[in-house]
Design a binder for this molecule. Sequence first.
Ligand code: PXP
Length: 243
Amino acid sequence: MRLYINIDHVATVRQARRTDEPDPVRAAVLAEIGGADGITVHLREDRRHIQDRDVELLLRTARTPINLEMAVAPEIVDLAVAWLPAQVTLVPERREEVTTEGGLAIPSPVGGSALETAVCRLRDAGIRTSLFIDPEPDTIRAALDLGVEAVELHTGEYALASGAEKERQLARLRRAAALGRSLGLSVHAGHGLTCLNVGPVAEIPEIEELNIGHSIMAHALFVGMERAVREMKDIVRFARRGV
Ligand code: PXP
């Protein structure tokens, strides 16, 4: 099981001040030291968090594979084909959304669609391509027909559910993972996963990669807060030569 860390939120904090810290490239180094198997970044069309410069630097400095999340937008596909990340995950993207909402809708027929064009261009460039989709059998089969190597199952509905509905969503993920694997697809999963809910998903044997961002960034703030305050306090004290 590979754990890919989504570091978009580091860029979100930086963009809140349009400054140069915190740098997601430094976050990637620390994530790798912590054991990340890969780094995930979503280059949104509106560049609200990750910037082109971040992806370019990550591709040059990361020691683990970069998974570039992106919309089916010709301008972003152009960049991916020029940059050649190890993996691209195609996601739906709406400007108003807070985060990715739901999986990618695969049009029927898919022939001639923007999605098919994007997948062909990425495949021709030799980039491993994954589609972020809802855990639905028809969507998994449609992904296979498109010729992608992998699907990332959207775990958001599982993450939000409780009680019997959570069990139902988990069973849905299990069935989808088994189907995907039986068709020869690599099966990834992600969205809304936390320390509290990741266990049952990580237990699904067919899932080989997890993408987790928000919960890890939230936890990192808290495990780092005390030290960050202490270091600032030391600097202020030292400036006054106090004790
Ligand atoms: N996978 C995809 C395709 C996503 O869009 C996101 C959110 O950017 C994630 C995984 C990670 O979700 P979360 O931040 O909730 O862990």
